[in-house]
Design a protein around this ligand. Structure first.
Ligand SMILES: C[S@@+](CC[C@H](N)C(=O)[O-])C[C@H]1O[C@@H](n2cnc3c(N)ncnc32)[C@H](O)[C@@H]1O
Length: 298
């Protein structure tokens, strides 16, 4: 079985370069090993498993690799940072690169490492769509990876997240790419509240990015479930969209397939909307869990 792992890596060799050193290397059943996923971040590896133990053959193969490896258990109820598994512990934080863009990565900052690698193509597309006159609102922004790409494309960005530490991390990602965060906007707070506020103020954006958690509860206890409530988010975003604008709507909600997501996202819109579907990056050979729609109301 170990040859499967070498094969998985060599299948992805063409995607790795001095411009891109962060990538999924093994994608579960897509590479013949269910429930196991391997990602590289500038040569440091994270193995993620839905199981309590790493598959014995993968374990043996990992031990032979002679590099820094961390282990993340995906089914844990307490979502903690990956634990050190093999090789030298990694000095933290460090920079990883994707399409020539730098991102600060940390294996000790919590459950996620600072960048969701499955959004690579959407990030690149955002960058290509932007010019110096574009304004982009990145909601649920996490560490601002989409904002950095939009800003590198020339856009003026507004980065919105509930978490101040993530907004600070986003500013560090701007600095890591020679972008001045003081030329951009950073808003702490709830996306739903801010979208309503922007709509009231008549503030419009040429591009809006929606990538919410599958489930969340706001301070007043109001629940958002992607499979039932995504349309309300799209509707609010439409009210803040400039003429000829676009919305990138993404979800990794397992309870909807792509068609159901499209139906849910557009349930309450009365406008004609041109929809383009983006598939996952090519190294995601397993489950196509990330669904992405580019929406352009006419
Ligand atoms: C899945 S991550 C988004 C990933 C991000 N789009 C990216 O590609 O890097 C979810 C983020 O949403 C933020 N968040 C959760 N609920 C929120 C809300 N109601 N308003 C604003 N941000 C929220 C969390 O703090 C977290 O950073």
């Amino acid at each position: 079985m170990t040859h499967l792992f070498d094969k998985a890596i060599s299948k992805r060799k063409h995607l790795l370069s001095s411009n891109t050193n962060a990538l999924r290397l093994i994608d579960g059943l897509g590479d013949g090993v269910a429930d196991h996923f391997l990602e590289t971040y500038a040569d440091r590896w994270v193995i993620s498993t839905r199981t309590d133990q790493i598959h014995p053959q993968l374990k043996a193969w990992l031990k032979e690799q002679n590099r820094s490896i961390y282990w993340k258990q995906l089914h844990q109820s307490q979502k903690t940072s990956p634990s050190h598994y093999a090789g030298d512990p990694v000095p933290e934080p460090f920079l990883a690169r994707e399409n020539g863009v730098n991102y600060k990565v940390s294996f000790q900052a919590g459950y996620s490492q600072g960048i969701f690698l499955d959004q690579r193509e959407n990030r690149q597309q955002v960058r290509e769509l932007c010019t110096e006159s574009t304004t982009v609102l990145n909601t649920f922004a996490y560490t601002g990876a989409f904002s950095v790409c939009a800003a590198l494309g020339g856009a003026t960005t507004t980065t919105l997240d509930l978490s101040q530490p993530y907004l600070d991390w986003a500013k560090e990602n701007f600095h890591a790419n020679q972008l001045d965060p003081s030329q951009h906007y950073f808003c702490k707070g709830d996306t739903f509240h801010w979208l309503k506020r922007f709509a009231r103020q008549g503030r419009l954006f040429d591009g809006i990015i929606l990538d919410p958690p599958t489930f969340s509860r706001d301070q007043k206890g109001k629940v958002f479930r992607a499979e039932k409530d995504y349309h309300s988010l799209v509707e609010l975003a439409m009210q803040c969209l400039a003429p000829n604008g676009w919305i990138l709507a993404s979800t990794n909600c397992h309870k909807m397939n792509l068609r159901e997501f499209q139906t849910e996202a557009l349930t309450s819109t009365r406008r004609a909307v041109q929809v383009t579907i983006n598939s996952m990056p090519e190294e995601y050979t397993g489950e196509q869990y990330l669904k992405s729609l580019w929406l352009r109301p006419s």
